[in-house]
Write a protein that binds this ligand. Structure first.
Ligand code: AMP
Length: 180
């Protein structure tokens, strides 16, 4: 079982393209578009993302703009949960709450609709990739401010050396398919 899962992960890994110096010098960008383009890996990725959260009574999947919108709704549908987007500033039309977080230089902000999460909702936070963990930590703050319970985190890719998972809610499982 272990080695079967390893084989599947190798197939996914073969569809991640490394792009040097994008979007700026020194960044090795993990491009998931080859994985999305291939029907087999598109399907396999979704099934592997869903598995750890089956029978966990998840009510909402919160996806982070923008690549968290690719698998987020599919993940939600397979868990019989709803989908909530967390967006960059000034994109959501109704009343929002926002959280700021630190970038390498300066800071950034994310927003969610104030009525999107109801007190006690069981939430999974999803994105394509966790690097420093700043974005997912800001998402955690938003979910908790609205009274939601972060039950876990879901990422395709974790950049292990950056230690992003330390920024996340203690005790909530962090499920990642591929580590680099
Ligand atoms: P962070 O807040 O540092 O964990 O950054 C996570 C966000 O930035 C995610 O939405 C990722 O899609 C994006 N990101 C950061 N680093 C990379 C990378 N090396 N390759 C692709 N996306 C990245």
């Amino acid at each position: 079982m272990e080695s079967f899962e390893k084989e599947l992960k190798k197939i996914l890994e073969s569809r991640i393209r490394d792009v040097k110096d994008f979007p700026k010098p020194g960044i090795l960008f993990k491009d998931i578009t080859p994985l999305l383009r291939d029907p087999e890996t598109l399907n396999l990725t979704l099934r592997m993302l869903v598995k750890p959260f089956l029978s966990k009574n998840i009510e909402l999947v919160v996806g982070l703009e923008s690549r968290g919108f690719l698998f987020g709704p599919g993940l939600a549908m397979n868990l019989h949960a709803g989908f909530v987007p967390i967006r960059k500033p000034n994109k959501l039309p109704a009343k929002t709450v926002s959280a700021t977080y630190q970038l390498e230089y300066g800071e950034d902000k994310v927003e969610v609709h104030a009525d999107a999460i109801i007190k006690g909702n069981r939430v999974v936070i999803h994105d394509d990739l966790i690097a420093t963990g700043g974005t997912a930590a800001a998402a955690t703050e938003l979910v908790e401010r609205l009274g939601g319970e972060v039950v876990g985190y879901s990422f395709l890719i974790e950049l292990d050396a950056l230690g992003g998972r330390k920024q996340l809610k203690e005790g909530a499982p962090v499920e990642t398919l591929l580590k680099f």
